[in-house]
Write a protein that binds this ligand. Sequence first.
Ligand SMILES: C[S@@+](CC[C@H](N)C(=O)[O-])C[C@H]1O[C@@H](n2cnc3c(N)ncnc32)[C@H](O)[C@@H]1O
Length: 258
Amino acid sequence: MTPSPSHPPKTRIRRAFERAAPTYDAAAAMQREICQALLATLDVIAPPATLLDAGAGTGYALPLLAERLPAAERLAVDLSPAMLARIAAPCQRLAGDLEHLPLAAGCCDLYWSNLALQWCDLPRALAEAWRVLRPGGRLAATTLGPATFAELRQAFALVDDYPHTLTFQTPEAIARNARAAGFIDVSIRRQRHVAHYPDLRRLLSAIKAIGANQLGSGRRPHPMGRAAFAALQAAAERQRQAAGLPLTYDVLIVNARK
Ligand SMILES: C[S@@+](CC[C@H](N)C(=O)[O-])C[C@H]1O[C@@H](n2cnc3c(N)ncnc32)[C@H](O)[C@@H]1O
């Protein structure tokens, strides 16, 4: 299957996260906040024997999950070996793609994923989540909805016609995809989280530092000139709030059962 037009090729996504691995933890305050929001929705009835952190990154969730579910065996899968290498918590690390998990069918009781599915072909990743879960197993994941980075799209729209963010899925499309993959009891909660930055350069650097600066086809083919960047800055400044320049994360929390 060819990647969706909004998704960069896997090699480029991997390279961005390989580069971002050393800066990720220091820049990931919002990712932490969203991880805690996902944890708050986790209601596992039977303690899982095996849990998978899918797109584990540097493994922030693993000690939190170990605290809640101390007996579970922990697996961490990520596209980026450099991210996996930074995980300090005890777990089995596997470099791999959420669309083709290097795991046997029915081997997990909990599929946990914080902010990785937006990089994936969703029907494929959800079909894989369903495959690796045992019957009755739980899916607990966050991804991003269409209002994510709306401020950037609005500011860039005054400067050029290129896409500057990924295309994010609606809650309805995610629920439809989860049911099509075979999941039941699908629930989607939507939360708006807003980060603030002192200026546009720091906002753009923060996105780069977490590796989220990659785009699919149709992106701007050459860097911006000075005049275009000044116009972008002026557009961003018009959005300034008391706390700084806002950047919205339209967070979708997905819970479901196989
Ligand atoms: C925003 S980070 C989130 C990391 C971690 N879950 C957290 O909460 O800090 C996204 C992670 O997803 C990984 N990723 C992106 N696409 C992936 C794919 N197709 N398969 C596996 N991992 C992927 C990236 O390498 C990166 O580590």
